[in-house]
Design a protein around this ligand. Structure first.
Ligand code: MF3
Ligand code: CO
Length: 264
């Protein structure tokens, strides 16, 4: 069942997304060479608390594992779900920060990848650009009357046109009172697979995970960190988006005045 948000629930959803965005901005601004990923996660915990919110990731269960951090911090060949620890960020590292919070009973979820201190590797720069643009293309397809696969196709086509590949094992998702709701929002199209119709009031986390090399991924022994199988760089951008009667509303985009004017 896909939940349609209206009225007060939608206002709470907007508020949760504003908090998730604010925390992501703050943590992304703190990414710098020499900083440890634990310091970033501690800072995120402090900022989440400051907004009277709660991490949607801390304690999240998969099987009998519980996610141990407030955010996901995934560096270079790490795709998603990287764990905070003593690792020091180096100049040029691609650092993906994923922030999800509960606030007023709803979840806001967003992610961004930044190059620590600057980006001198042309492949890394193209990967960031391609992944962020793929997210924007996907959002632009989040129109009532379209299907989820129209989002998937827009993302996949842009990524592959740039010579990169989309991860298959992890997908975007509906988001609301729970972090993961229906429908799944894949970043690739499977011909013949039924795909739900988009309706006003649906809230979706659209999140391309893009590898510079092959699409394959594997999980590290820590049980969480997902890395590229071929060791190539990976990037991840995510917004929570509301399907409306008109243009999509990016809930994790503050001060959006028009889709055409949107900032990342
Ligand atoms: N944004 C991610 C997602 O949508 C983060 C989940 S991390 C987890 O799945 F640890 F909570 F699983
Ligand atoms: Co998500």
């Amino acid at each position: 069942m896909i939940v349609i948000k209206t009225g007060r629930d939608l206002e709470a959803m907007r508020a949760a997304c504003r908090v998730a965005r604010a925390v992501l901005d703050e943590v992304a601004a703190a990414v710098a060479p020499g900083v440890t990923t634990q310091e970033l996660d501690d800072y995120a915990a402090e900022r989440i608390k400051h907004y009277n919110a709660r991490s949607a990731f801390l304690g999240y269960r998969v099987g009998n594992l519980k996610y141990p951090c407030h955010t996901c911090i995934s560096i270079n060949e790490q795709v998603v779900h990287g764990l905070a620890g003593p690792r020091r960020i180096a100049f040029g590292d691609l650092v993906s920060i994923d922030v999800g919070v509960y606030y007023e009973g709803f979840v806001g979820d967003n992610a961004r990848t930044v190059a620590a201190g600057g980006c001198t590797d042309p492949v890394a720069a193209r990967l960031l650009e391609a992944t962020e643009t793929a997210l924007q293309r996907g959002i632009a397809a989040a129109l009532a009357g379209n299907r989820v696969k129209d989002i998937s196709r827009a993302v996949q086509q842009h990524v592959e046109s740039q010579g990169f590949s989309v991860v298959r094992e992890f997908v975007g998702h509906g988001v609301g009172r729970h972090m993961h709701e229906e429908p799944q929002v894949p970043n690739f199209v499977e011909p013949g697979r039924p795909s739900p119709l988009l309706r006003p009031g649906m809230t979706l986390a659209i999140e391309p995970m893009v590898n510079a090399g092959k699409p394959g991924v594997k999980r590290l022994k820590d049980g969480w960190t997902v890395v590229t199988e071929d060791g190539s760089l990976s990037a991840h951008f995510e917004h929570t988006v509301l399907v409306t009667e008109g243009e999509p509303e990016i809930l994790t985009c503050t001060n959006q005045t028009s889709f055409a004017l949107k900032v990342s």
